[in-house]
Design a protein around this ligand. Structure first.
Ligand code: FUB
Length: 313
């Protein structure tokens, strides 16, 4: 057996979808990339945009998502698609055929992998509007087992999950016009505090997609913000994971070609920081069919973030 054959066997359940340029996943539409380093690989958990299927009474001009894939890479060039990890009609609390599996996030704790995703509940005894559930696995690529019910006390979209390495405390963030955050219990499945509204940075306009990371004792709250119709990526900082946060600047300007949304995650991998985000490169005429991208990210000496200019295709 050659080394190549062994690698091919190890990845036999995954599809190689290699791309050395942006967008880096080209076998399907992807959005809202949540990137995490697990071991010596980067895993990306995006939303999975699809054109709305016919005959289901769905808006053709809106987001349509029925499931999630996870992708991984050891070099940010060769990406493996590990296939579907969670799908709408196999989650006990999700309204069947609702096609609203929006932006997710994932995290590892004590050898288990927790995948957080928003969706609409099947009835009002479970919740009204979007709420957020969890699926749990023993490996980043799954299989993931969804919890029977969504997280109590949460209403909204765009979960972001963060564990403070200082004390092991976990936090869940989400959005519903404003940004919200709360402590999570060690089981990662239940809130463990009141819900905090994180609204001072800035006060005006739609904010969503909260993604928190820590560097040199600074907690960075990053988020898409709409001021003039199109989202731009901004950040605020604090010395506490639940704030108060102070607005610091723009990470990425509004899309020059008009993609309405953007959605970010930031990781350090092999001594380099990276910004993951999305654009509608593969669907220039319809900005609800998006594609995920990655570019290097750099900090100034005072911890502020240098603005990222998207690389061209
Ligand atoms: O992907 C659907 C929604 O669009 C996300 O939840 C938002 O963050 C925006 O990217």
């Amino acid at each position: 057996l050659t080394i190549g054959a062994v690698v091919a066997m190890a990845l036999s359940t995954a599809t190689i979808t290699a791309s050395a340029q942006n967008p880096f996943i080209t076998n399907q539409f992807t959005a809202d990339p949540s990137a995490k380093v697990f071991g010596d690989r980067v895993y990306v958990f995006p939303s999975h945009d699809i054109p709305a299927p016919d005959g289901r009474n769905l808006r053709k001009d809106w987001f349509c998502m029925e499931d999630y894939h996870v992708f991984s890479s050891e070099n940010l060039v060769d990406w493996a698609d590990h296939g579907v990890i969670v799908t709408q009609n196999k989650v006990p609390w999700v309204k069947p055929d609702s096609y609203a599996m929006w932006a997710p996030d994932a995290i590892e704790r004590n050898g288990k992998y927790y995948f957080y995703f928003p969706a609409t509940p099947k009835d009002s005894t479970i919740g009204r509007g979007f709420t957020i559930g969890v699926a749990v696995a023993n490996k980043p690529e799954g299989p993931y087992i969804p919890e029977e019910r969504p997280i109590k006390g949460v209403r909204g979209i765009d979960p972001g999950v963060f564990i403070d390495k200082k004390d092991g405390q976990a936090y869940l963030y989400w959005s519903q016009g404003n940004l919200y955050g709360a402590k999570l219990k060690a089981n990662m499945l239940e809130l463990d505090s009141e819900v905090f509204t994180l609204k001072d940075f800035p006060k005006e306009g739609l904010k969503e997609g909260p993604y928190v990371f820590e560097r040199n004792g600074i907690y960075y709250m990053t988020y898409p913000h709409v001021e003039n119709k199109i989202e731009r990526l901004e950040y605020a900082i604090s010395d506490n994971p639940l704030g108060p946060f102070q607005f610091k600047g723009v990470i990425m300007d509004e899309s020059p070609t008009g993609c309405w949304t953007n959605h970010q995650s930031i990781i350090q991998f092999k001594d380099q920081w990276y910004l993951f985000y999305h654009h509608n490169d593969l669907s220039p005429k319809f900005d609800k069919n998006r594609s995920i991208r990655v570019d290097s990210l750099f900090f100034n000496a005072d911890g502020t973030i240098q603005k990222v200019t998207p690389t061209l295709r």
